[in-house]
Ligand binder design. Structure first.
Ligand code: M6P
Ligand code: ZN
Length: 210
């Protein structure tokens, strides 16, 4: 019989035979702490994206090269309770995008289609002010306003990227299928068809001529 690995948010860990859980009341191994919006638990994956990791993403490469290469642009936390490519499983994550700009382009995530391209995803705003930039396969690009409580259904075949348009950290929750995967190549090669730029102090989607 399979043995599951059980870790609670206080780093307590033990192995429980599923049959032994009968009538037990236990803690989930992971907690989304509302005090600081941190994912706490043994199996959390932490990712950091710095200026040096984001070449080719922003319009103004020259300005990017002059910036502090170590500066953090965004971080991702994820709970992936099943192996990648498991059909029917779900992943939970948060993205935290710092306030800032490269010239007049807001700090943003790399953005991606899903590798299994028909897989959908939910995003929801937790803290701060942002934009969810979306692009379909015909390269139509639009954006949804992100704010605490905003809810975003990202259908399959839609590329998605988050930009922080405010002055505090933008925190966004995400839930996606475990077999979705990430396809970054298409965005790395062709980008989105529009960029979110600050024009006269407001965020505007501007056709991407590159
Ligand atoms: C969300 C989810 C993750 C994604 C992350 C950062 O948390 O969509 O799957 O990895 O945002 O976005 P990106 O991978 O485009 O940098
Ligand atoms: Zn996704």
């Amino acid at each position: 019989m399979a043995v599951i690995h059980f870790n609670n948010p206080d780093n307590y860990s033990e192995e429980i035979n599923p049959a032994m859980k009968h009538l037990k009341v236990i803690k989930s191994p992971v907690e989304f702490r509302l005090a600081d919006y941190n994912l706490k638990g043994n199996s959390i994956i932490n990712q950091v994206r710095r200026i040096k990791d984001l070449s080719g993403i922003f319009l103004d490469e020259e300005t990017l090269k002059k910036m502090n290469a170590e500066l953090i642009v965004y971080t991702v936390q994820a709970w992936m309770p099943v192996d990648e490519s498991t059909p029917g499983g779900l992943y939970f994550g948060t993205s935290t995008i710092m306030p800032g700009k490269v010239d007049n382009e807001y700090f943003m995530t790399k953005g991606h289609f899903h590798a299994k391209s028909d897989r959908a995803e939910f995003y929801w705003g937790v803290q701060g002010k942002g934009m969810l930039i979306l692009m379909d396969r015909e390269r139509n690009t639009w954006a949804e306003e992100v704010y605490p409580g905003s809810l975003h259904y990202i259908g399959g075949e839609i590329a998605h990227r988050l930009a922080n348009i405010g002055s505090e950290n933008l925190i966004v929750g995400a839930c996606w299928p475990s077999d979705a995967g990430h396809n970054y190549d298409e965005i790395a090669t062709n980008g989105f068809s529009a960029r979110l730029l600050e024009v006269d102090n407001i965020p505007v989607l501007v056709e991407n001529k590159n």
